[in-house]
Design a protein around this ligand. Structure first.
Ligand code: NDP
Length: 766
């Protein structure tokens, strides 16, 4: 007879299947049309949506055409004014009703999600659906409060929303709830592989009595998505691959459509020597083996401190071997099916490349159907494909580091910047690393934590914009458009034959780079305001960006220090007000001095928030400077416009490369004298004069310019959007003139757009 210990060791899991009966019954309502203007359309040309765990067809859904998209946008457009005009309380009641209805059907939604996507029922039931419910409740609250909390702001209008297949219902909730709360109407396209929970949700919209046209759902593939991007919508919100995000950025440039992109990631999972290693091993399970690794913020790059690497790796392999792969409807399954055979092939192909490039593969279990056993890659270098490319499968790559500084360097050695996870019992070290990693979300001693009141979104090529919380609401609201005329396109300045001046030319100016006056690299000038103005070019922008990079200390200075420096600058401007007025106008110079004091006042006040989330965390929404920003300052109001854009950017800790007015640059160049006598460190402000359109292009293309503001003509605005699709920097492009002397010249948008939010989850409790 076996002993109790032997019996315990030999014990296996009994089957614990969830019944799919009710979901399968619901599916009999198919084939499905779209949900447009409050009702389901008749099915058109249909395609199968398949259960990846079994390969069985679940239902037929309609391939959305351009005409379907047009009909949905028309319905949304018609419904929008009425929806926006409803008192916030009324909109709140609808969102609340949707939350309640979703909560009542939790199990059906969870099972349907499992059938369509292949994820384990435990995750759909305990994570996806409750979080979706939470999102609607939370945003019912924002609908109620939006007028009070965002005074003067308005909804965009009609939003086109495109979502991926990894969290179909949750992504729908993340997109719909804030859009509706803010007063927008929506056309949503679910992913081709996973449209079913969106169609079930459409039934809730009918049941909740949502006004017709407020929510429209059009199913289909990438072509349907492309048609939505091209349609007459006011905003596009996209979650998906960086590649498609780039394309969307390119085609929306210059159209006036607002855009938020939540793209891929290659997030670091940093384990320091002092970490609770067992907790960190469990962390890896949640980081990369959760949802089959099909998670944009998956901790796919494990970085372990060398001294604990061997013990950590052994424990990790042992834990990995015990993960249960199998029937997603079984409640004891850890890893379900990959969404589609195409995705499985992609995972296998990247893993094969990683091995070819020298990685060692640990992958217990075997491939069967659309299932991929969890895997760990070790012995790889930072350049290995598995360290650089998003695999979107249950595959972790592990590297070691020696010091925290090296960990930061490795963590940031990626084009992405979505999330990071830091494991250490030393909170001082963990927070220090959190401040240095380039990621929109940082979890300390945790991973993949989400909440409707915690902003989520990326930096760098992981996209821009936040979802969730107050910060996410801002993505669905806009400030009133500036009232001025459309800006005219300027002819490029003509190079003068040489220095020395001609008739009426009294002075030769220089560029201002790294705190010193520099001749332009090309050696040419152009004539403006009776002076020779340096004709800056691509090389000068590069030098200026390099100088700005070296002035990184400015971003680390305290708000108080920056305020003091800016007040001193404002005082110096006041002392030279007459000179500045001579080169602009009395009113402009007076306004510029006042504006300098205004932005100095903000330097230590535009700070972050602590958000109330559901778990025991201090969830901090920190406002971080971008780093190096490019400014194409307005042509109008050459001094006041220059000061009004430059100072909020540096007040928030950015270093700036500014291109002032082309036709009247002298007041901005005169500011060099003022900057030189202030305490602003060299490299924080760099001024390059010359052909604005070309200089703007160089800044848009430059990978080390993290954000760009463009106050210029329509063509320059559109061009900068297109040209920055490669590096996906946020571009604020505005082609109608502002009244810089009024409140438009010191709008809150200048602060909002000078920072990016980093959400840091700090745990508390023993
Ligand atoms: P996509 O970016 O192609 O899909 C996301 C959504 O965009 C889907 O609804 C898709 O439709 C739609 N879409 C596709 N092409 C266009 C287009 N030209 N214009 C507008 N919308 C479009 O991701 P995939 O599903 O193809 O996955 C490929 C890879 O992307 C994955 O392996 C993974 O690495 C990454 N990915 C990242 C996600 C994230 O959250 N960061 C989510 C999903 C994927 P359709 O479903 O028909 O393709």
């Amino acid at each position: 007879m076996p002993t109790v210990t032997e019996a315990l060791l030999a014990m296996d899991y009994g089957p614990a299947p969830e019944s799919p009966a009710i979901a399968l019954d619901w599916l009999k309502r198919g084939p499905f049309g779209h949900f447009i203007n409050g009702k389901f359309t008749r099915p058109g040309a249909v395609f199968d949506t398949v259960n990846p765990a079994t390969g069985a067809a679940l239902a037929q859904v309609t391939q959305g055409t351009g005409a379907d998209i047009a009909a949905a946008v028309k319905a949304a457009r018609k419904a929008q004014p009425g929806w926006a005009k409803l008192p916030g309380h009324e909109r709140a009641r609808y969102l609340y009703a949707l939350a309640r209805l979703l909560q009542k059907r939790e199990r059906l939604f969870a099972v349907l999600e499992v059938l369509d996507n292949g994820k384990p029922i435990r995750e759909a039931r305990d994570i996806d659906v409750p979080l979706a419910v939470r999102h609607f409740y939370h945003h019912a609250g924002w609908a109620e409060l939006v007028a009070d909390e965002f005074p003067g702001m308005a909804p965009h209008g009609v939003c086109g929303q495109i979502i991926p297949w990894n969290f179909p219902l949750l992504m729908l909730a993340w997109k719909l709830a804030p859009a509706l709360a803010a007063g927008n109407t929506v056309v949503l396209k679910p992913a081709e592989y996973t449209p079913l929970t969106a169609l079930l949700f459409a039934e809730l919209c009918i049941e909740a009595g949502l006004p017709r046209g407020v929510v429209n759902i059009v199913t289909g593939d990438g072509e349907t998505g492309a048609a939505l991007v091209a349609a007459e919508v006011d905003k596009i919100a996209f979650t998906g691959s960086t590649e498609v995000g780039r394309m969307i950025r390119q085609v929306t440039a210059g159209t006036g459509k607002a855009l938020t992109l939540e793209l891929g990631g290659k997030s670091p999972f940093i384990v320091l020597a002092g970490a609770d290693l067992d907790a960190a091993v469990e962390g890896v399970v949640d980081a990369i083996w959760f949802n089959q690794g099909e998670v944009c913020c998956a901790g796919s790059r494990i970085l372990v401190q060398e001294s604990v690497a061997s013990v950590f790796t052994d424990r990790l392999k042992a834990r990995m071997a015990r993960l249960r792969l199998g029937d997603p409807l079984d409640k004891s399954t850890d890893i379900g099916a990959v969404v589609h055979p195409v995705q499985l092939e992609r995972i296998q192909s990247i893993v094969a490349q990683a091995v070819e490039q020298g990685a060692e593969l640990h992958q217990p279990g075997s491939f069967d159907g659309c299932f991929c056993p969890p895997a760990l890659l070790t012995g790889l270098g930072a350049a290995n494909v598995a360290m650089q490319e998003e695999i979107f499968g249950p595959v972790a790559a592990l590297m070691t580091f020696r010091t925290p500084a090296e960990a930061v360097e490795l963590a940031n050695n990626t084009r992405y910047g979505l999330a990071a996870s830091i494991w250490s019992e030393n909170i001082t070290v963990a927070l220090d690393i959190a401040a240095q990693v380039k990621a929109g979300v940082v979890w300390i001693n945790g991973t993949n934590l989400f909440d409707a009141n915690a902003p989520f979104g990326g930096m760098r090529e992981s996209g821009f914009g936040r979802e969730g919380a107050r910060e996410g609401m801002l993505a669905y609201l806009r400030d009133p458009a500036p009232g001025g005329k459309a800006r005219a396109t300027l002819p490029a300045p003509v190079a003068l034959p040489g220095e020395g001046g001609g008739a009426g030319i009294d002075r030769t100016h220089k560029l201002y780079i790294g705190g010193a006056q520099k001749r332009p690299d090309g050696g040419y000038s152009y004539s403006a305001q009776g002076s020779q103005i340096p004709l800056g070019g691509r090389k000068d922008i590069r030098n200026a960006v390099e100088a700005a990079h070296k002035a990184a200390g400015w971003g680390k200075a305290t708000g108080h220090n920056r305020a003091q420096v800016l007040y001193f600058l404002a005082e110096n401007m006041a002392a030279r007000q007459a000179d500045l007025a001579a080169l602009s106008s009395k009113a402009e110079a007076e306004g510029a001095v006042a504006r300098a004091f205004y932005w100095a006042a903000w330097a230590d006040k535009y700070d972050g928030k602590v958000h109330a989330t559901q778990s025991a965390h201090l969830t901090l929404a920190l406002k971080e400077p971008f780093g190096v920003m490019g400014l194409i300052c307005p042509e109008e109001a050459p001094l006041l416009g220059f000061i009004s854009t430059l100072l909020p950017a540096i007040a928030m800790g950015n270093r700036v490369v500014a291109v002032p007015s082309q036709g009247a640059p002298r007041a901005a160049l005169e500011m060099v004298q003022v900057l030189d006598t202030s305490d602003i460190p060299g490299g924080v402000v760099n001024i390059v004069t010359g052909p604005r359109h070309d200089l703007a292009r160089t800044m848009a293309q430059h990978d080390d310019v993290a954000a760009l503001w463009v106050f210029a003509d329509a063509e320059t605005c559109a061009m900068t959007g297109r040209e920055s699709a490669g590096n996906l920097k946020p571009v604020w492009a505005e082609n109608s003139a502002r009244n810089w002397a009024g409140t438009e010249g010191q709008a809150r948008d200048f602060l909002r757009r000078a920072v990016q939010v980093k959400t840091v989850w700090v745990p508390y409790g023993a």
